[in-house]
Design a protein around this ligand. Structure first.
Ligand code: NAD
Length: 314
């Protein structure tokens, strides 16, 4: 059967690009973008759009029935920084949207669910280097707590009700088409905009902070490869696969940009976000994703810097 796809939270950093990619693959009219806010301009002409609050199960069901949806990608969420500002609101959005969609899958209204987890499931007590798939997960942020709980809910709905829900623990995502929405890794996107506009940047993390990152093209490809994998190849990591792109420190990123932008300077003034970054891994072991669905990242730091600067300078 051909897929009919609904994306919840489609106007965000990942949703805009995922919508475009899915529309190329499945056809514009088979991919319904939705968000709680009005669509962004680059979505306006390319296919159907609905306003949906992702915590409102009845509204989601109405759209599922209207378009005969088979798959839901749930991207609506509050990210790490905004979640710390409004922890209860973050818990409400991040959990109730997931439970609404999982229950719709349990009730057989849809066949497949994608829900992103995050490296924020890890905490200060997790091994930092080459963090394994299965390890200590005791996050110190409400965002991380909601992602760990979400992974357990996904596993529970799969084990108990046979729901085909799949997930990736994204690292920080670097992209140029849209700006990030309130995460700790946002510096690794903002820095390019300021390097081009002002030739200087004030970084909110310390220069030696090393974090796992991934270019948007790799993140979208990972998502689609996981969703396309035969169900037999998806192992026990389905509620949240580790995927690795690359890892770099803030200073290493600055040096790579300096090589391409004459006169670029960066100062480091760590703020509260340093604490969240310090609780996360330096690098990720993604051997399960490699084994189960042949995952391999394509973008290294030089390629990302070239692509970001080229696209933003146009
Ligand atoms: P984003 O903040 O850029 O976009 C989220 C979108 O959800 C926004 O368009 C917002 O309007 C929408 N939204 C908010 N409340 C809603 C509601 N009640 N109903 C419907 N829509 C609502 O986020 P993103 O960066 O695109 O992240 C998407 C997913 O990927 C999230 O689950 C996030 O936790 C996860 N993730 C992102 C990153 C990253 O670096 N961007 C890293 C790890 C995990």
């Amino acid at each position: 059967m051909s897929e009919k796809i609904l994306i919840l939270g489609a106007c965000g950093q990942i949703g805009q690009e995922l919508t475009q990619k899915l529309r190329i693959i499945y056809g514009n009219n088979n991919v319904i973008a939705s968000d709680i806010r009005e669509r962004t301009t680059n979505m306006s002409l390319s296919g159907p759009f609905e306003i949906i609050d992702a915590t409102d199960k009845a509204s989601i069901l109405a759209v599922i029935e209207k378009y005969r949806i088979t798959q839901v990608y749930l991207l609506a969420a509050m990210l790490s920084v905004t979640s710390e500002q409004q922890p209860l609101k973050a818990w409400d959005l991040n959990m109730n949207s997931l439970l609404a969609v999982l229950n719709l899958a349990k009730e057989k209204q849809i066949q497949q669910v994608y829900w992103p987890s995050s490296i924020a499931v890890f905490g200060p007590t997790t091994p930092k280097k080459n963090t394994p798939q299965d390890t200590l997960m005791a996050p110190s942020t409400i965002y991380g707590i909601s992602k760990v709980a979400g992974e357990f809910w996904c596993n529970y709905y799969h084990e108990k009700y046979g729901v085909d829900v799949r997930s990736i623990r994204y690292p920080g995502i670097v992209s140029w088409k849209s700006k990030p929405g309130g995460g700790t890794t946002d510096y690794a996107v903002d820095i390019y905009f300021e390097a081009i506009q002002k030739k200087s940047y004030q970084c909110f993390l310390s220069k030696n902070t090393r974090l796992p990152m991934m270019y948007m093209d790799d993140a979208i490809r990972a998502t689609l490869e996981l969703m396309d994998s035969p169900i037999e190849s998806i192992g026990k990591s389905r509620p949240g696969y580790n995927v690795s792109g690359l890892s770099f420190t803030a200073q290493e990123l600055v040096d790579a940009i300096k090589d391409k932008v004459d006169g670029f300077t960066c100062n480091f003034f760590p703020d509260i976000r340093q604490k969240y970054a310090d609780s996360w891994p330096d690098s990720i072991d993604d051997s399960f994703a490699k084994e189960d669905w042949s995952w391999k990242a394509k973008y290294d730091l030089n390629r990302i810097v070239d692509s970001m600067l080229d696209n933003l300078s146009d």
